[in-house]
Design a protein around this ligand. Sequence first.
Ligand SMILES: Nc1nc2c(c(=O)[nH]1)N[C@H]1C(S)=C(S)[C@@H](COP(=O)(O)OP(=O)(O)OC[C@H]3O[C@@H](n4cnc5c(=O)[nH]c(N)nc54)[C@H](O)[C@@H]3O)O[C@H]1N2
Ligand SMILES: Nc1nc2c(c(=O)[nH]1)N[C@H]1C(S)=C(S)[C@@H](COP(=O)(O)OP(=O)(O)OC[C@H]3O[C@@H](n4cnc5c(=O)[nH]c(N)nc54)[C@H](O)[C@@H]3O)O[C@H]1N2
Ligand code: SF4
Ligand SMILES: [Mo]
Length: 753
Amino acid sequence: MSEPERTAIRTCPLCEAGCGLEITVKGDRVTRIRGDRDDVFSHGYICPKGSTLRQLHEDPDRLRTPLVRRDGELVEATWDEAFAEIEERFTAVVDAHGRGAVGVYVGNPNAHNLSALLYLKPLLKALGTRNVFSASTVDQRPKELSSAWMFGGGLSIPVPDVDRTDLLVILGANPYASNGSLATAPDWPGRIEAMRERGGRLVVIDPRRSRTAEEADWHLAIRPGTDALLLAALVTTLAEEERIDTGTAGEWVQGLEEVLTELKPFSPESVAPSVGVPADDIRRLAREISDAPSAAVYGRMGTTTAEFGTVASWLVDVLNLCTGNLDRPGGAMFAKAAAGASNTRGEPRSGRGLKVGRHGSRVRGMAETMGELPASCLAEEIDTPGEGQIKALVTVAGNPVLSTPNGGRLDAALDQLDLYVAVDIYVNETTRHADVILPPPSALQKPHYDLALLQVALRNVANFSPAVLPLDEGQPDEWEILSRLALVAQGMGAGADAAIVDDLVITTLVNGAVGDAYGPVHGRDPAEILAALEPRRGPERLLDLMLRTGPYGDGFGSRTEEVLPGVPLLSLDVLLANPHGVDLGALTPRLPEVLRTPTGMVDVAVPEVLVDLPRLQAALDRAVPEAVLVGRRDLRSNNSWMHNIEVLVKGRPRCTLHVNPDDAERWGLADGGSAVVTGRVGTLEVPVEVTDAIRAGVVSLPHGWGHDLPGVQLGVAGRHAGVNSNVLSDELVVDVPSGNAVLNGIPVAVVPA
Ligand SMILES: Nc1nc2c(c(=O)[nH]1)N[C@H]1C(S)=C(S)[C@@H](COP(=O)(O)OP(=O)(O)OC[C@H]3O[C@@H](n4cnc5c(=O)[nH]c(N)nc54)[C@H](O)[C@@H]3O)O[C@H]1N2
Ligand SMILES: Nc1nc2c(c(=O)[nH]1)N[C@H]1C(S)=C(S)[C@@H](COP(=O)(O)OP(=O)(O)OC[C@H]3O[C@@H](n4cnc5c(=O)[nH]c(N)nc54)[C@H](O)[C@@H]3O)O[C@H]1N2
Ligand code: SF4
Ligand SMILES: [Mo]
């Protein structure tokens, strides 16, 4: 008898675009995945990764049972055995060395994971350590800081209004490959094409002629690491030519005069030799942005994982502000998310302000930011003896051996740990060192809501996806794994019930909601709200609360009138009844209500940023290195962890060194040959691809490869191993205000192998 067929609708959790998927399921088997044409945001768009949720689910290498190290080997264990092992060994480490000897790394997929976004916090709290590291400091921490200082929230990040702009200026992002980042929208290619069809222009600033740069009306091949100089010169040009016009946002801004004075030394002429772009082009670009009816400047990886990441991130918003494009349609705008956004809670125009450096790292004294230490410090905190040395490590959805600077040093350091617990679906380059691996269910077995990424969406939408497939027999959900780990860390024992944590989290959130004088349930009885959330448990219960107390929520009956015409007041039930999502409309201006700064204004003269300008100015006098390394992304990759899917890795090897033809000649390299690349911390041998799509003096290597290490259990990836580009990135070179890693613009020497 044939099994019944059904269709499930699910948001893709693999990248920030959040495309809607239509998934055909027969019995317990997925038979087809395609784009959901009725999705309110993605309208059927999908990239080659989206349909591989099936291969990921079925991947024989994906872990379905905990692994515990016995006599040096990782062997299968029951969940109870695994937690018992952790309890025994974790307690021993804490008893001997204290909680300061515990470290944790939280990786990228957590940003796309409802369970993790809600239950990591209690886990971190229970671990009780300051040694908290995450992918944020090899990624967007500079932008979070500049946004927190200027607007009062780390995720109050203005996003480019691509759908309405007349001019899109992209620095150091390649959305044709990455599908966009800190600017959530499916189908960037389609949106950019639509913009150009209606007469809009695209300018791309990138040392490589990336796929996105190929589509540009104007591509400026900047010298890596110099975006802050370019941006400063753009602002200075506007000031010199009396073109500063802050538009409607101006009323809510303070400190701009001081900023313009501080930026004066950065004229187009003074920065041009460093930036590698003629001064005339810089002036022309400033005028184009200023003359455009609307313009949106957008910077990403090339600007954040760079030596002046925080200054550059800040300048992007300063520039948008100076041209009147901050917070106006077609410019850079704030999303208003349906759930979880701190800029929709509490009193508008009031906040505590962000302090960094409340404590420092042990070895290098690097400042804490947002409760974390820089990932660049992780290896030294493990391999440097002394009081406070990390002896026990927990990683959740991370592969820092491939993702963080000086991956080689970290790889060696992990062997020195007394205990390493990983929550991960694979035995990868990092988790191969683990003593216990706890595998969560596959993405198709988990519910989904983009709690974080919808806070930076190009359109306000809300989609909830229930789990598509049931959990395997005995498999705990990811929130239960994190909760049980928290309970073990807290000393409640390996057998403690995950519900304890769940109840604690919901109680905290309900109390917060009824205590929010500006929220819809202010003053109501917490018990009544809790009762109204019955019988849900886990992330669904938390999400229902967040939606209902959010800006579009039903407020548990407190709100009766529509917030948006024709849109039902939100709750989880409403989202369940609208599987293709609820469209909450194009972005609308949010100043000043979005602000959570202590002054209630856009604080543009950020002291922590201004003190970094002399460092930027000093860079003007520096010699240009012979060669610098930058990264690149490919549409079929996803950081370090999707190379085990055959359809995504077949074809020509992609982990190659891009070299400009002039450089190839100078260095004696041939296309298809091999090069030895050497940086301060490491050396790699890599295949060479000679291409004029990269600026002379710059070479490019993608990250996330290097899968041929012993003990890795990734059969397909092992046959397409590539090399780990982070063997070359220097953990000692960071963006000073944020401690963020510098992954672009690494000085290297290149010679034939
Ligand atoms: N040189 C260089 N280095 C870079 C970058 C670069 O551009 N250049 N980019 C940086 C950036 S932006 C980032 S975000 C980081 C990312 O680096 P990481 O934070 O290390 O994240 P991933 O490489 O995505 O590794 C994700 C891990 O999570 C596991 N995983 C996948 N899904 C789940 C799940 O649902 N639950 C759990 N528990 N585990 C899961 C995978 O098996 C994998 O081991 O890399 C950074 N490193
Ligand atoms: N297919 C795919 N999609 C992804 C990911 C993936 O690994 N694969 N990773 C996801 C993650 S975690 C993130 S954070 C996002 C990142 O999203 P993006 O930032 O769009 O990603 P990249 O492709 O790294 O783009 C960075 C660009 O900056 C350029 N660049 C390098 N140095 C400089 C510089 O100094 N100045 C300037 N102006 N440009 C420079 C590089 O050549 C590259 O084209 O992508 C996400 N989406
Ligand atoms: S673009 Fe991102 S969200 Fe969309 S299908 Fe591809 S991986 Fe999934
Ligand atoms: Mo990232």
